[in-house]
Design a protein around this ligand. Structure first.
Ligand code: FAD
Length: 492
Protein backbone atom coordinates (compact mmCIF):
# COMPACT_ATOMS: atom_id res chain seq x y z
CA UNK A 1 0.00 0.00 0.00
CA UNK A 2 1.03 3.53 -0.78
CA UNK A 3 2.09 5.87 1.97
CA UNK A 4 -0.48 8.37 0.72
CA UNK A 5 -1.40 11.39 2.76
CA UNK A 6 -4.20 10.28 5.08
CA UNK A 7 -6.07 13.19 6.67
CA UNK A 8 -6.55 12.76 10.43
CA UNK A 9 -9.83 11.25 11.61
CA UNK A 10 -12.32 13.94 12.57
CA UNK A 11 -13.30 13.64 16.22
CA UNK A 12 -16.72 15.03 15.44
CA UNK A 13 -17.66 11.65 13.93
CA UNK A 14 -19.20 9.14 16.28
CA UNK A 15 -17.46 5.84 16.92
CA UNK A 16 -19.85 2.95 16.34
CA UNK A 17 -21.11 0.76 19.15
CA UNK A 18 -23.40 -2.27 19.28
CA UNK A 19 -26.34 0.08 19.97
CA UNK A 20 -25.86 1.48 16.47
CA UNK A 21 -25.53 -2.00 14.97
CA UNK A 22 -28.80 -3.04 16.61
CA UNK A 23 -30.46 0.06 15.24
CA UNK A 24 -29.25 -0.71 11.70
CA UNK A 25 -30.61 -4.23 12.09
CA UNK A 26 -34.01 -2.71 12.75
CA UNK A 27 -33.79 -0.88 9.42
CA UNK A 28 -32.35 -3.52 7.08
CA UNK A 29 -32.46 -7.33 7.19
CA UNK A 30 -29.78 -8.66 9.55
CA UNK A 31 -28.04 -10.58 6.75
CA UNK A 32 -27.29 -7.29 4.97
CA UNK A 33 -25.40 -5.93 7.99
CA UNK A 34 -21.74 -6.90 8.01
CA UNK A 35 -20.25 -5.80 11.35
CA UNK A 36 -17.04 -6.91 13.03
CA UNK A 37 -16.61 -7.83 16.68
CA UNK A 38 -15.03 -4.40 17.28
CA UNK A 39 -18.49 -2.84 16.96
CA UNK A 40 -20.50 -5.67 18.42
CA UNK A 41 -20.98 -7.82 15.31
CA UNK A 42 -19.82 -11.27 14.32
CA UNK A 43 -18.18 -10.77 10.92
CA UNK A 44 -14.51 -11.50 10.44
CA UNK A 45 -12.42 -8.44 9.43
CA UNK A 46 -11.38 -10.40 6.34
CA UNK A 47 -14.99 -10.33 5.11
CA UNK A 48 -14.78 -6.53 5.01
CA UNK A 49 -11.45 -6.50 3.18
CA UNK A 50 -13.03 -6.17 -0.28
CA UNK A 51 -14.95 -3.09 0.88
CA UNK A 52 -11.97 -1.49 2.63
CA UNK A 53 -9.37 -1.84 -0.15
CA UNK A 54 -9.61 -0.24 -3.56
CA UNK A 55 -9.06 -1.78 -7.02
CA UNK A 56 -5.51 -0.46 -7.25
CA UNK A 57 -4.68 -1.84 -3.82
CA UNK A 58 -3.42 1.65 -3.07
CA UNK A 59 -6.00 3.05 -0.67
CA UNK A 60 -7.25 1.23 2.39
CA UNK A 61 -9.75 2.10 5.07
CA UNK A 62 -10.61 0.50 8.35
CA UNK A 63 -14.38 0.27 8.30
CA UNK A 64 -15.98 -2.12 10.77
CA UNK A 65 -19.44 -1.97 9.23
CA UNK A 66 -20.85 -2.55 5.76
CA UNK A 67 -24.56 -2.04 5.08
CA UNK A 68 -26.17 -3.44 1.94
CA UNK A 69 -29.69 -2.01 1.75
CA UNK A 70 -32.17 -3.35 -0.79
CA UNK A 71 -34.54 -0.39 -1.10
CA UNK A 72 -34.46 3.39 -1.35
CA UNK A 73 -36.47 3.60 1.87
CA UNK A 74 -33.80 1.62 3.71
CA UNK A 75 -31.10 3.95 2.35
CA UNK A 76 -33.15 6.90 3.53
CA UNK A 77 -33.54 5.53 7.08
CA UNK A 78 -29.86 4.62 7.29
CA UNK A 79 -28.74 8.08 6.23
CA UNK A 80 -31.21 9.86 8.49
CA UNK A 81 -29.87 7.95 11.49
CA UNK A 82 -26.23 8.50 10.48
CA UNK A 83 -26.88 12.21 10.02
CA UNK A 84 -28.51 12.53 13.44
CA UNK A 85 -25.77 10.49 15.10
CA UNK A 86 -22.91 12.07 13.08
CA UNK A 87 -21.80 8.74 11.69
CA UNK A 88 -19.64 9.12 8.59
CA UNK A 89 -20.66 7.14 5.48
CA UNK A 90 -18.96 6.11 2.23
CA UNK A 91 -21.33 5.23 -0.61
CA UNK A 92 -19.84 2.36 -2.60
CA UNK A 93 -20.74 0.94 -6.01
CA UNK A 94 -18.57 -1.64 -7.76
CA UNK A 95 -15.44 -0.29 -6.04
CA UNK A 96 -13.56 0.13 -9.31
CA UNK A 97 -12.84 3.84 -8.78
CA UNK A 98 -9.23 4.87 -9.28
CA UNK A 99 -8.87 7.92 -7.02
CA UNK A 100 -9.44 6.45 -3.56
CA UNK A 101 -13.00 7.79 -3.41
CA UNK A 102 -14.87 4.52 -2.96
CA UNK A 103 -13.19 3.21 0.19
CA UNK A 104 -13.23 4.63 3.70
CA UNK A 105 -10.29 6.67 4.93
CA UNK A 106 -10.81 5.63 8.56
CA UNK A 107 -13.81 3.86 10.10
CA UNK A 108 -16.64 5.31 7.98
CA UNK A 109 -19.62 3.01 7.39
CA UNK A 110 -19.60 1.52 3.90
CA UNK A 111 -23.02 1.86 2.27
CA UNK A 112 -22.89 -0.65 -0.56
CA UNK A 113 -25.47 -0.37 -3.33
CA UNK A 114 -24.84 -3.90 -4.64
CA UNK A 115 -28.20 -5.26 -3.46
CA UNK A 116 -30.08 -2.58 -5.37
CA UNK A 117 -29.81 -4.12 -8.80
CA UNK A 118 -33.22 -4.24 -10.44
CA UNK A 119 -34.27 -2.80 -13.77
CA UNK A 120 -37.34 -0.71 -12.94
CA UNK A 121 -38.65 -0.05 -16.43
CA UNK A 122 -37.65 0.07 -20.06
CA UNK A 123 -39.39 1.96 -22.83
CA UNK A 124 -38.65 0.31 -26.15
CA UNK A 125 -39.85 3.32 -28.15
CA UNK A 126 -37.79 6.04 -26.50
CA UNK A 127 -35.00 3.72 -25.29
CA UNK A 128 -35.22 5.12 -21.77
CA UNK A 129 -34.00 2.72 -19.09
CA UNK A 130 -34.88 3.28 -15.43
CA UNK A 131 -32.98 1.14 -12.97
CA UNK A 132 -31.54 0.83 -9.48
CA UNK A 133 -28.14 2.43 -8.96
CA UNK A 134 -26.46 -0.88 -8.09
CA UNK A 135 -27.01 -2.49 -11.51
CA UNK A 136 -23.73 -3.60 -13.06
CA UNK A 137 -23.00 -1.72 -16.30
CA UNK A 138 -22.32 -4.82 -18.38
CA UNK A 139 -25.54 -6.46 -17.25
CA UNK A 140 -27.47 -3.36 -18.26
CA UNK A 141 -25.73 -3.34 -21.63
CA UNK A 142 -26.76 -6.99 -22.15
CA UNK A 143 -30.31 -6.14 -21.09
CA UNK A 144 -30.69 -3.28 -23.55
CA UNK A 145 -28.81 -5.21 -26.28
CA UNK A 146 -31.60 -7.79 -26.23
CA UNK A 147 -33.93 -4.91 -27.05
CA UNK A 148 -31.75 -3.53 -29.86
CA UNK A 149 -30.15 -0.74 -27.83
CA UNK A 150 -26.77 0.10 -26.31
CA UNK A 151 -25.68 1.78 -23.07
CA UNK A 152 -24.26 5.21 -23.93
CA UNK A 153 -21.08 4.41 -22.01
CA UNK A 154 -18.61 1.56 -21.84
CA UNK A 155 -15.38 1.11 -19.90
CA UNK A 156 -12.85 -1.55 -18.99
CA UNK A 157 -14.42 -2.02 -15.56
CA UNK A 158 -17.89 -2.74 -17.02
CA UNK A 159 -18.11 -6.21 -15.46
CA UNK A 160 -17.96 -4.74 -11.93
CA UNK A 161 -18.81 -1.04 -11.94
CA UNK A 162 -22.36 0.09 -11.17
CA UNK A 163 -24.42 2.58 -13.11
CA UNK A 164 -24.74 4.56 -9.85
CA UNK A 165 -20.95 4.63 -9.52
CA UNK A 166 -20.68 5.69 -13.17
CA UNK A 167 -23.05 8.57 -12.57
CA UNK A 168 -21.36 9.50 -9.28
CA UNK A 169 -18.00 9.72 -11.06
CA UNK A 170 -19.40 11.03 -14.36
CA UNK A 171 -17.50 8.22 -16.03
CA UNK A 172 -16.35 8.77 -19.61
CA UNK A 173 -14.90 5.69 -21.30
CA UNK A 174 -14.71 4.45 -24.84
CA UNK A 175 -18.11 5.44 -26.19
CA UNK A 176 -17.79 9.07 -25.09
CA UNK A 177 -16.62 10.18 -28.53
CA UNK A 178 -19.90 8.97 -30.02
CA UNK A 179 -22.54 9.37 -27.31
CA UNK A 180 -21.11 12.19 -25.21
CA UNK A 181 -21.20 12.76 -21.47
CA UNK A 182 -23.57 11.37 -18.85
CA UNK A 183 -24.58 14.99 -18.31
CA UNK A 184 -26.45 14.54 -21.59
CA UNK A 185 -27.67 10.95 -21.44
CA UNK A 186 -28.80 10.77 -17.81
CA UNK A 187 -32.39 12.00 -17.85
CA UNK A 188 -33.20 11.67 -14.19
CA UNK A 189 -31.94 10.52 -10.80
CA UNK A 190 -33.37 9.38 -7.53
CA UNK A 191 -31.08 10.57 -4.76
CA UNK A 192 -31.23 10.20 -0.99
CA UNK A 193 -29.85 13.16 0.93
CA UNK A 194 -28.05 12.83 4.26
CA UNK A 195 -31.15 13.90 6.22
CA UNK A 196 -33.13 11.06 4.63
CA UNK A 197 -34.97 13.19 2.08
CA UNK A 198 -35.63 11.29 -1.14
CA UNK A 199 -35.20 13.59 -4.15
CA UNK A 200 -37.34 11.87 -6.75
CA UNK A 201 -36.20 13.32 -10.05
CA UNK A 202 -36.43 10.07 -12.03
CA UNK A 203 -37.63 11.90 -15.10
CA UNK A 204 -37.74 10.11 -18.44
CA UNK A 205 -38.05 13.37 -20.34
CA UNK A 206 -35.41 14.63 -22.69
CA UNK A 207 -36.68 18.15 -22.32
CA UNK A 208 -37.45 19.69 -18.96
CA UNK A 209 -36.56 23.32 -18.36
CA UNK A 210 -38.50 23.82 -15.17
CA UNK A 211 -35.90 25.61 -13.12
CA UNK A 212 -32.48 24.43 -11.97
CA UNK A 213 -31.44 21.01 -13.21
CA UNK A 214 -30.50 19.60 -9.80
CA UNK A 215 -29.58 16.14 -11.07
CA UNK A 216 -26.54 17.63 -12.83
CA UNK A 217 -25.03 18.43 -9.44
CA UNK A 218 -25.03 14.77 -8.46
CA UNK A 219 -23.43 13.65 -11.74
CA UNK A 220 -19.75 13.62 -10.82
CA UNK A 221 -20.34 14.46 -7.13
CA UNK A 222 -18.49 11.29 -6.03
CA UNK A 223 -20.80 10.44 -3.18
CA UNK A 224 -20.30 13.74 -1.39
CA UNK A 225 -23.78 15.26 -1.81
CA UNK A 226 -26.23 12.36 -1.74
CA UNK A 227 -26.60 8.66 -2.41
CA UNK A 228 -27.87 7.88 -5.89
CA UNK A 229 -30.41 5.07 -5.69
CA UNK A 230 -32.10 5.22 -9.10
CA UNK A 231 -31.00 6.25 -12.58
CA UNK A 232 -32.93 7.06 -15.73
CA UNK A 233 -30.75 6.92 -18.81
CA UNK A 234 -31.28 7.32 -22.52
CA UNK A 235 -29.99 4.35 -24.52
CA UNK A 236 -29.33 4.84 -28.26
CA UNK A 237 -30.14 2.23 -30.94
CA UNK A 238 -27.43 -0.41 -31.06
CA UNK A 239 -25.47 -0.01 -34.31
CA UNK A 240 -25.90 -3.06 -36.52
CA UNK A 241 -22.52 -2.77 -38.23
CA UNK A 242 -19.36 -2.39 -36.19
CA UNK A 243 -15.86 -2.34 -37.65
CA UNK A 244 -12.57 -2.16 -35.81
CA UNK A 245 -9.01 -1.65 -37.04
CA UNK A 246 -5.70 -1.46 -35.20
CA UNK A 247 -3.00 0.74 -36.69
CA UNK A 248 0.75 0.83 -36.18
CA UNK A 249 1.86 4.48 -36.14
CA UNK A 250 5.43 5.84 -36.34
CA UNK A 251 4.98 9.02 -34.29
CA UNK A 252 2.58 10.91 -32.04
CA UNK A 253 2.31 13.57 -34.76
CA UNK A 254 0.96 10.87 -37.08
CA UNK A 255 -1.52 9.67 -34.43
CA UNK A 256 -3.05 13.15 -34.65
CA UNK A 257 -2.94 13.24 -38.45
CA UNK A 258 -4.70 9.88 -38.61
CA UNK A 259 -7.37 11.19 -36.21
CA UNK A 260 -8.03 14.16 -38.47
CA UNK A 261 -8.38 11.86 -41.46
CA UNK A 262 -10.60 9.43 -39.59
CA UNK A 263 -12.95 12.28 -38.77
CA UNK A 264 -12.88 13.53 -42.35
CA UNK A 265 -13.51 10.15 -43.93
CA UNK A 266 -15.65 8.38 -41.34
CA UNK A 267 -17.05 11.32 -39.33
CA UNK A 268 -20.65 10.19 -38.95
CA UNK A 269 -19.79 6.54 -38.17
CA UNK A 270 -16.60 7.06 -36.12
CA UNK A 271 -17.35 5.69 -32.65
CA UNK A 272 -13.94 5.35 -30.98
CA UNK A 273 -10.40 6.53 -31.49
CA UNK A 274 -8.08 5.17 -28.83
CA UNK A 275 -4.31 5.19 -28.66
CA UNK A 276 -1.53 3.57 -26.63
CA UNK A 277 2.26 3.55 -26.80
CA UNK A 278 4.72 0.72 -27.26
CA UNK A 279 5.33 0.32 -23.51
CA UNK A 280 1.61 -0.31 -22.96
CA UNK A 281 1.60 -2.77 -25.87
CA UNK A 282 4.49 -4.76 -24.45
CA UNK A 283 2.77 -5.00 -21.06
CA UNK A 284 -0.49 -6.15 -22.64
CA UNK A 285 1.12 -8.77 -24.85
CA UNK A 286 3.10 -10.05 -21.88
CA UNK A 287 0.18 -10.32 -19.47
CA UNK A 288 -2.83 -11.17 -21.65
CA UNK A 289 -3.06 -14.19 -23.88
CA UNK A 290 -3.21 -12.00 -26.98
CA UNK A 291 -1.16 -11.74 -30.13
CA UNK A 292 -0.57 -8.42 -31.86
CA UNK A 293 -2.54 -8.20 -35.12
CA UNK A 294 0.46 -6.33 -36.58
CA UNK A 295 3.74 -7.93 -37.64
CA UNK A 296 6.21 -5.42 -36.24
CA UNK A 297 6.47 -3.12 -33.19
CA UNK A 298 5.51 0.54 -33.51
CA UNK A 299 5.97 3.55 -31.22
CA UNK A 300 2.19 4.07 -31.15
CA UNK A 301 -0.96 2.08 -31.76
CA UNK A 302 -4.42 3.29 -32.57
CA UNK A 303 -7.75 1.50 -32.40
CA UNK A 304 -10.38 2.95 -34.72
CA UNK A 305 -13.97 1.82 -34.42
CA UNK A 306 -16.87 2.67 -36.70
CA UNK A 307 -20.51 1.96 -35.86
CA UNK A 308 -23.26 2.35 -38.38
CA UNK A 309 -26.22 0.63 -39.94
CA UNK A 310 -24.95 -0.25 -43.44
CA UNK A 311 -22.24 -2.89 -43.26
CA UNK A 312 -21.07 -2.55 -46.88
CA UNK A 313 -21.02 1.21 -46.73
CA UNK A 314 -19.03 1.20 -43.46
CA UNK A 315 -16.59 -1.46 -44.71
CA UNK A 316 -15.89 0.65 -47.77
CA UNK A 317 -15.30 3.79 -45.76
CA UNK A 318 -12.93 2.24 -43.25
CA UNK A 319 -11.03 0.33 -45.95
CA UNK A 320 -10.62 3.54 -47.95
CA UNK A 321 -9.36 5.33 -44.85
CA UNK A 322 -6.84 2.59 -44.15
CA UNK A 323 -5.58 2.60 -47.72
CA UNK A 324 -5.15 6.35 -47.69
CA UNK A 325 -3.29 6.31 -44.35
CA UNK A 326 -0.97 3.56 -45.54
CA UNK A 327 -0.32 5.12 -48.94
CA UNK A 328 0.62 8.45 -47.43
CA UNK A 329 2.78 6.82 -44.77
CA UNK A 330 0.71 8.28 -41.93
CA UNK A 331 0.45 4.77 -40.54
CA UNK A 332 2.90 1.96 -41.25
CA UNK A 333 0.61 -1.00 -40.83
CA UNK A 334 -3.03 -1.69 -40.16
CA UNK A 335 -5.23 -4.70 -39.47
CA UNK A 336 -8.95 -4.78 -40.00
CA UNK A 337 -10.94 -7.17 -37.80
CA UNK A 338 -12.67 -9.81 -39.93
CA UNK A 339 -15.24 -11.01 -37.42
CA UNK A 340 -16.65 -10.42 -33.93
CA UNK A 341 -13.94 -12.50 -32.26
CA UNK A 342 -11.24 -10.36 -33.82
CA UNK A 343 -13.13 -7.21 -32.85
CA UNK A 344 -13.29 -8.27 -29.23
CA UNK A 345 -9.59 -9.31 -29.25
CA UNK A 346 -8.63 -5.87 -30.50
CA UNK A 347 -10.70 -4.23 -27.82
CA UNK A 348 -9.22 -6.56 -25.18
CA UNK A 349 -5.82 -5.26 -26.19
CA UNK A 350 -6.84 -1.69 -25.41
CA UNK A 351 -9.00 -2.52 -22.41
CA UNK A 352 -6.43 -4.93 -20.97
CA UNK A 353 -3.88 -2.14 -20.48
CA UNK A 354 -4.84 -1.08 -16.90
CA UNK A 355 -4.87 -4.68 -15.67
CA UNK A 356 -1.60 -5.53 -17.43
CA UNK A 357 0.14 -2.51 -15.91
CA UNK A 358 -1.22 -3.50 -12.51
CA UNK A 359 0.31 -6.96 -12.98
CA UNK A 360 3.64 -5.36 -13.88
CA UNK A 361 3.80 -3.47 -10.59
CA UNK A 362 2.17 -0.85 -8.34
CA UNK A 363 0.89 1.81 -10.72
CA UNK A 364 0.62 5.57 -10.33
CA UNK A 365 -2.23 6.74 -12.53
CA UNK A 366 -2.88 10.25 -13.79
CA UNK A 367 -6.06 10.80 -15.75
CA UNK A 368 -5.78 14.19 -17.39
CA UNK A 369 -7.25 16.28 -20.21
CA UNK A 370 -4.67 18.16 -22.24
CA UNK A 371 -4.98 19.83 -25.66
CA UNK A 372 -4.28 17.06 -28.21
CA UNK A 373 -1.14 18.62 -29.81
CA UNK A 374 0.84 18.48 -26.54
CA UNK A 375 -0.95 15.56 -24.91
CA UNK A 376 1.90 13.04 -25.19
CA UNK A 377 4.65 15.52 -24.23
CA UNK A 378 3.88 15.03 -20.56
CA UNK A 379 4.66 11.29 -20.80
CA UNK A 380 8.07 12.03 -22.31
CA UNK A 381 8.71 14.79 -19.80
CA UNK A 382 7.95 12.62 -16.77
CA UNK A 383 10.11 9.79 -18.14
CA UNK A 384 13.02 12.21 -18.59
CA UNK A 385 12.63 13.62 -15.07
CA UNK A 386 12.76 10.11 -13.64
CA UNK A 387 15.78 9.23 -15.80
CA UNK A 388 17.63 12.33 -14.66
CA UNK A 389 17.43 11.29 -11.01
CA UNK A 390 18.36 7.70 -11.88
CA UNK A 391 15.03 6.21 -10.91
CA UNK A 392 14.16 4.98 -14.40
CA UNK A 393 16.06 3.37 -17.26
CA UNK A 394 13.84 3.01 -20.35
CA UNK A 395 13.90 -0.49 -21.75
CA UNK A 396 14.91 -2.08 -18.45
CA UNK A 397 12.06 -3.68 -16.63
CA UNK A 398 13.67 -3.43 -13.19
CA UNK A 399 14.54 -0.49 -10.95
CA UNK A 400 12.47 1.84 -8.75
CA UNK A 401 10.41 2.72 -11.86
CA UNK A 402 9.76 -0.07 -14.36
CA UNK A 403 7.68 1.71 -16.96
CA UNK A 404 6.40 5.15 -17.94
CA UNK A 405 3.63 4.97 -20.49
CA UNK A 406 0.57 6.68 -21.92
CA UNK A 407 -2.71 5.60 -23.45
CA UNK A 408 -6.20 6.95 -23.61
CA UNK A 409 -9.19 8.37 -25.34
CA UNK A 410 -7.37 10.67 -27.68
CA UNK A 411 -10.55 11.66 -29.45
CA UNK A 412 -11.60 13.30 -26.16
CA UNK A 413 -8.14 14.84 -25.38
CA UNK A 414 -7.94 12.42 -22.46
CA UNK A 415 -4.59 10.89 -21.53
CA UNK A 416 -3.93 8.18 -18.96
CA UNK A 417 -0.34 8.71 -17.88
CA UNK A 418 0.89 5.71 -15.93
CA UNK A 419 4.08 5.16 -13.98
CA UNK A 420 4.66 1.56 -12.93
CA UNK A 421 7.02 1.29 -10.00
CA UNK A 422 8.72 -1.38 -7.94
CA UNK A 423 6.73 -0.06 -4.99
CA UNK A 424 4.88 3.11 -4.03
CA UNK A 425 7.51 5.29 -2.38
CA UNK A 426 7.99 8.98 -1.68
CA UNK A 427 11.21 9.46 -3.66
CA UNK A 428 9.33 8.34 -6.78
CA UNK A 429 6.11 10.23 -6.05
CA UNK A 430 8.03 13.43 -5.32
CA UNK A 431 9.43 13.49 -8.87
CA UNK A 432 6.01 13.95 -10.46
CA UNK A 433 3.68 15.25 -7.76
CA UNK A 434 2.67 18.03 -7.90
CA UNK A 435 4.80 18.56 -11.06
CA UNK A 436 2.35 16.70 -13.28
CA UNK A 437 -0.54 18.87 -12.04
CA UNK A 438 1.50 22.04 -12.63
CA UNK A 439 2.26 20.79 -16.13
CA UNK A 440 -1.40 20.17 -16.90
CA UNK A 441 -2.51 23.49 -15.38
CA UNK A 442 0.08 25.36 -17.46
CA UNK A 443 -1.71 24.06 -20.58
CA UNK A 444 -5.14 24.83 -19.15
CA UNK A 445 -5.90 21.13 -18.96
CA UNK A 446 -7.88 19.27 -16.34
CA UNK A 447 -6.13 17.32 -13.59
CA UNK A 448 -9.05 14.92 -13.56
CA UNK A 449 -10.60 14.15 -16.92
CA UNK A 450 -12.90 11.25 -16.05
CA UNK A 451 -11.83 9.49 -12.85
CA UNK A 452 -12.78 12.20 -10.39
CA UNK A 453 -11.01 13.78 -7.45
CA UNK A 454 -11.60 11.38 -4.57
CA UNK A 455 -8.89 11.41 -1.94
CA UNK A 456 -6.06 11.34 -4.44
CA UNK A 457 -6.57 14.80 -5.93
CA UNK A 458 -8.45 16.71 -3.28
CA UNK A 459 -5.40 18.79 -2.37
CA UNK A 460 -4.81 19.61 -6.03
CA UNK A 461 -8.25 20.88 -7.04
CA UNK A 462 -6.82 24.41 -7.22
CA UNK A 463 -4.85 23.43 -10.34
CA UNK A 464 -8.11 23.12 -12.31
CA UNK A 465 -10.61 25.29 -10.43
CA UNK A 466 -10.40 28.89 -9.25
CA UNK A 467 -10.73 29.80 -5.53
CA UNK A 468 -14.17 31.29 -6.29
CA UNK A 469 -15.35 28.05 -7.88
CA UNK A 470 -14.02 25.95 -5.03
CA UNK A 471 -15.71 28.25 -2.54
CA UNK A 472 -19.08 27.74 -4.30
CA UNK A 473 -18.52 23.98 -4.38
CA UNK A 474 -18.05 24.05 -0.62
CA UNK A 475 -21.23 26.06 -0.22
CA UNK A 476 -23.14 23.50 -2.28
CA UNK A 477 -21.70 20.75 -0.08
CA UNK A 478 -22.97 22.62 3.00
CA UNK A 479 -26.47 22.89 1.53
CA UNK A 480 -26.88 19.16 0.88
CA UNK A 481 -24.69 17.72 3.62
CA UNK A 482 -24.39 20.29 6.44
CA UNK A 483 -22.72 17.84 8.83
CA UNK A 484 -20.34 16.53 6.16
CA UNK A 485 -21.14 12.89 6.93
CA UNK A 486 -21.05 11.80 3.27
CA UNK A 487 -17.72 10.62 1.93
CA UNK A 488 -15.68 12.83 4.26
CA UNK A 489 -12.04 13.78 3.53
CA UNK A 490 -12.72 13.57 -0.23
CA UNK A 491 -13.14 16.03 -3.15
CA UNK A 492 -13.67 19.40 -1.40
P1 FAD B 1 -17.05 3.06 -6.98
O1 FAD B 1 -15.64 2.83 -7.33
O2 FAD B 1 -17.66 2.13 -6.01
O3 FAD B 1 -17.23 4.55 -6.45
C1 FAD B 1 -16.68 5.64 -7.12
C2 FAD B 1 -17.14 6.95 -6.45
O4 FAD B 1 -18.54 7.10 -6.60
C3 FAD B 1 -16.90 6.97 -4.95
O5 FAD B 1 -16.60 8.28 -4.58
C4 FAD B 1 -18.22 6.54 -4.35
O6 FAD B 1 -18.42 7.08 -3.07
C5 FAD B 1 -19.21 7.09 -5.34
N1 FAD B 1 -20.42 6.29 -5.51
C6 FAD B 1 -20.51 5.02 -5.99
N2 FAD B 1 -21.80 4.65 -6.06
C7 FAD B 1 -22.53 5.70 -5.62
C8 FAD B 1 -23.94 5.94 -5.45
N3 FAD B 1 -24.85 5.02 -5.78
N4 FAD B 1 -24.33 7.15 -4.97
C9 FAD B 1 -23.42 8.11 -4.65
N5 FAD B 1 -22.10 7.93 -4.78
C10 FAD B 1 -21.65 6.74 -5.27
N6 FAD B 1 -13.44 5.45 -15.62
C11 FAD B 1 -13.77 6.18 -16.70
O7 FAD B 1 -14.38 7.24 -16.56
N7 FAD B 1 -13.44 5.77 -17.97
C12 FAD B 1 -12.78 4.62 -18.20
O8 FAD B 1 -12.49 4.29 -19.34
C13 FAD B 1 -12.44 3.82 -17.07
N8 FAD B 1 -11.81 2.64 -17.25
C14 FAD B 1 -11.52 1.89 -16.16
C15 FAD B 1 -10.89 0.66 -16.36
C16 FAD B 1 -10.59 -0.14 -15.28
C17 FAD B 1 -9.93 -1.47 -15.51
C18 FAD B 1 -10.89 0.29 -13.96
C19 FAD B 1 -10.60 -0.55 -12.77
C20 FAD B 1 -11.51 1.50 -13.77
C21 FAD B 1 -11.82 2.32 -14.85
N9 FAD B 1 -12.44 3.55 -14.68
C22 FAD B 1 -12.78 4.30 -15.77
C23 FAD B 1 -12.74 4.07 -13.32
C24 FAD B 1 -14.05 3.51 -12.70
O9 FAD B 1 -14.39 2.29 -13.22
C25 FAD B 1 -15.18 4.45 -12.89
O10 FAD B 1 -14.89 5.60 -12.14
C26 FAD B 1 -16.56 3.90 -12.46
O11 FAD B 1 -17.53 4.81 -12.92
C27 FAD B 1 -16.74 3.70 -10.97
O12 FAD B 1 -17.94 2.98 -10.74
P2 FAD B 1 -18.11 2.05 -9.43
O13 FAD B 1 -19.49 1.53 -9.39
O14 FAD B 1 -17.04 1.05 -9.37
O15 FAD B 1 -17.94 3.13 -8.29
Amino acid sequence: HCQYHKPARLDSFKKLSNVDIEHFKSIVPAETVLATAAVGGTADAIELEGFNADWLNKYRGNSQLVLKPKTTKEVSEILKYCNEQRIAVVPQGGNTGLVGGSVPVHDEVVLSLRNMNRVRSYDEVSGVLVCDAGCVLEELDNYVAERGHIMPLDLGAKGSCHIGGNVATNAGGIRFLRYGSLHGSVLGLEVVLPDGTILDNLSTLRKDNTGYDLKQLFIGSEGTLGVITGVSVLTPRRPSAVNVAVLGVPSYENVQQAFKRARQRCGEILSAYEFWDSNCMRAVLHHQSLKSPLEAEYPFYVLVETSGSEKNHDDEKLTALLEELLEEGIVEDGALAQDDTQISRMWMMREGIPESLGKTGPTYKYDVSIPIPVLYDVVKDIAQRLEKVDLYKPGQSSGPVKLVCGYGHIGDSNLHLNVVAEKFEDRVTDVFEPYVYEWVASHRGSISAEHGVGLMKRDYLGYSKSPEMISYMKRIKDVFDPHHILNPYKVV
